[in-house]
Design a protein around this ligand. Structure first.
Ligand SMILES: Nc1ncnc2c1ncn2[C@@H]1O[C@H](COP(=O)(O)OP(=O)(O)O)[C@@H](O)[C@H]1O
Ligand SMILES: [Mg+2]
Length: 382
């Protein structure tokens, strides 16, 4: 079989013409059903009934702490590890039921990149990219024309003859990506591919993956322990904890309304869901004579641009004092979480929460702050 002829990737076979639009089709190209993996019955399951659906063209982040089962999950997706029970199908083929040459053939649809690049040090960059084509028995003429296109795709044409020892970490990962794309896979699995790289190089590699996703419509599953990686490129995210899916959904929704403590803690450096301890320790659970309500407001989408704070002042006569907050862009949409002391809001609280909700914002009473001596009615106004 000529593996180059079954291509959805006109971009690689012809002259870098976009093959598909960015839109995901909604059809799952990867499906895991109730995957369980037990290596050692004494230590219990490493994956515990994990189900996952990844739509074609999607960039799907899988995040979890070290030992959560992420690498085991991706190895089940590409057939390197057989699940103890449950099924995996990729591009319509049930990977978990295959072995031998049928598995090898199915695995051409599933490419992988790794944290430590796994390049052969004795081969040049071009020869590393050519390797999967040679193993698949692709003819030499095709390899000769195809390898330069792959190097061009990752922006490393100039390094064709360099050996891995002559390349930077980011360049090695680019070669890893070119090699992964050589057989025109349907999905690309990335296991901590940016974890060994500095932040700036990480961003460049993530940009490259996003570009490849756009240009080729390639589905990408991205394993990471860094929420910022998810924020930068994933449209969907699944959170794994002790081998279980604790949360899964559109990245924006998970970032705006995380349901699990583990997702919240991963988000701590990105979204200001939790107050710093210095602030939270000072809040009281119930109102008192000298307290003001503390509100947490989640701003999403268009409402992030509404003058909410001004309305609190003008319409409700509240003096807001911002304690903590941050606005950022997640999957291209603004998301802000702000916690403020709403001085003077106590009698109007239900009206304020109704106003926030009428804008489609999430407002929540998180506690009560003791008014400082200088605050309140007697405070001089400037
Ligand atoms: N081949 C194996 N044999 C036995 N235990 C394993 C094997 N691979 C992984 N594990 C165990 O499974 C758990 C999850 O590992 P892994 O999937 O590598 O997690 P992660 O990639 O999230 O750090 C760990 O406790 C690890 O020790
Ligand atoms: Mg791992």
């Amino acid at each position: 079989m000529n593996v180059l002829s079954r291509s959805p990737y006109l971009a690689l076979s012809d002259d870098l013409v976009p093959a598909r639009s960015v839109e995901t089709t909604g059809v799952p190209v990867i499906r895991a059903d109730e995957l369980t993996k037990i290596y050692d019955p004494k230590t219990g399951p490493v994956l515990d009934r994990v189900s996952l659906a990844v739509a074609e063209g999607e960039i799907h982040g899988i995040i979890g702490r070290s030992g959560a089962g992420k690498s085991t999950l991706v190895r089940c997706l590409n057939g390197l590890v057989k699940p103890t029970s449950g099924k995996v199908s990729v591009a319509g083929r049930e990977i978990s039921g295959l072995s031998g040459s049928a598995l090898r053939s199915a695995r051409r649809d599933i490419a992988m990149i790794f944290q430590h690049f796994s390049l052969l040090s004795s081969r040049t960059a071009a020869a590393n990219v050519a390797l999967p084509l040679e193993i698949a028995g692709v003819d030499r003429e095709t390899i000769r024309t195809r390898v330069p296109k792959l190097l061009d795709l990752v922006g490393l044409s100039a390094k064709a003859d360099a050996y891995p020892s002559e390349l930077s970490g980011g360049q090695k990962q680019r070669i890893g990506i070119a090699r992964a794309l050589a057989l025109e896979p349907r999905v690309l699995l990335s296991d901590e591919a940016t974890s060994a790289l500095d932040p700036e190089t990480t961003e460049q590699i993530l940009d490259l993956l996003k570009d490849i996703n756009h240009r080729l419509g390639l589905t990408i599953v991205l394993i990471t322990h860094e929420m910022d990686v998810v924020r930068q490129i994933a449209s969907h995210v699944t959170v794994l904890e002790h081998g279980k899916v604790v949360e899964s959904g559109a990245t924006f929704d998970v970032f705006a309304f995380p349901q699990s403590p583990v997702a919240r803690s991963f988000l701590a450096s990105i979204v200001a869901h939790d107050l710093p301890r210095e602030v939270s320790e000072r809040l009281l659970p119930a109102p008192a004579a000298n307290t003001d309500p503390v509100l947490r407001i989640v701003f999403t989408g268009d409402a992030a641009h509404d003058p909410v704070v001004a309305t609190l002042v003008e319409q409700f006569g509240v003096r807001p004092n911002i304690l903590h907050g941050r606005i950022d862009y997640i999957d291209g949409r603004p998301l802000g979480v702000i916690t403020l002391v709403a001085e003077g809001a106590e009698p109007k609280l239900s009206g304020i929460l109704a106003y926030l909700s009428s804008l489609g914002l999430h407002g929540e009473l998180v506690g009560h702050a003791v008014r400082s001596v200088s605050a309140g009615a007697g405070r001089p106004r400037s």
